[in-house]
Design a protein around this ligand. Structure first.
Ligand code: E4P
Length: 216
């Protein structure tokens, strides 16, 4: 499973990159709003740090305007993926961009029916927001199972990019189901590595070594 980081923060992206587990980046307008640099400049900097796919989201909601925006975004770097909201106009944009061989990440997906449509339109990635579903007492993980099954049934090439990830079990369960990608905040990457028995074990190894070697 590929690991993407879900942020526009350059320091966090560098940190995840240095950990050696980062395959790509997802961004969105709300994440860009947290940073001081303009969105386009952030994307330019992110693409210099990460060679893998970097999702850049359009803010237009009408087909023609989405395509015009995408035309500008793809000039940033070869690894830009255009993030399109899953609405009727967005679906048309997915088809137009896919026909031009431009990779699209269909975002704000909350149902299997939406996932089926964006795959038919040719999206490179589908982004089901599982945390936001969990927030309203609906199982985000069940949606991942449904999408993985549907895509396997019809050999769709669209990759399942699990988004709105809130904790490490979202990542582990996504991997068990066979999702292609998980995008997560840096905090979740840290949580994935952490285990109290590892910390206790390491502390004991180091103190045993120190104590025993001192008397030799
Ligand atoms: C995915 O591409 C989105 O940027 C993101 O995962 C949304 O997560 P949130 O629900 O934590 O805002």
């Amino acid at each position: 499973m590929k690991f993407f980081i879900d942020t526009c923060n350059l320091d966090q992206i560098k940190e995840a990159m240095d950990m050696g587990v980062l395959d790509g980046v997802t961004t969105n307008p709300s994440l860009a709003a947290k940073e001081t640099m303009p969105y386009r400049k952030l994307l330019e900097e992110i693409c210099k740090i990460v060679p893998g796919p970097v999702s850049a989201e359009v803010i237009s909601t009408e087909h023609k305007a989405m395509i015009a925006e995408s035309d500008e975004l793809i000039k940033i770097a070869d690894n830009i993926v255009i993030k399109i909201p899953t609405i009727a106009e967005g679906l048309k944009a997915v088809k137009t961009l896919a026909d031009r061989k431009i990779p699209v990440n269909s975002t704000l997906v909350f149902s299997a029916s939406q996932a089926l449509l964006v795959a038919k339109a040719g999206a490179a990635y589908v982004s089901p927001f599982i945390g936001r579903l969990d927030d309203i007492s609906t199982s985000g993980m069940e949606l991942i199972e449904q999408i993985v099954t549907i895509y396997a049934n019809y050999q769709f090439k669209t990759e399942v990019l699990v988004a709105s990830v809130r904790h490490p079990m979202h990542v582990v369960e996504s991997a068990l189901i066979g999702a292609d990608v998980c995008t997560m905040p840096l905090s979740v990457i840290h949580q994935l590595i952490k285990h109290p028995l590892t910390d206790i074990g390491l502390e004991k190894f180091l103190s045993d070594y120190k104590n025993s070697q001192a008397n030799k």
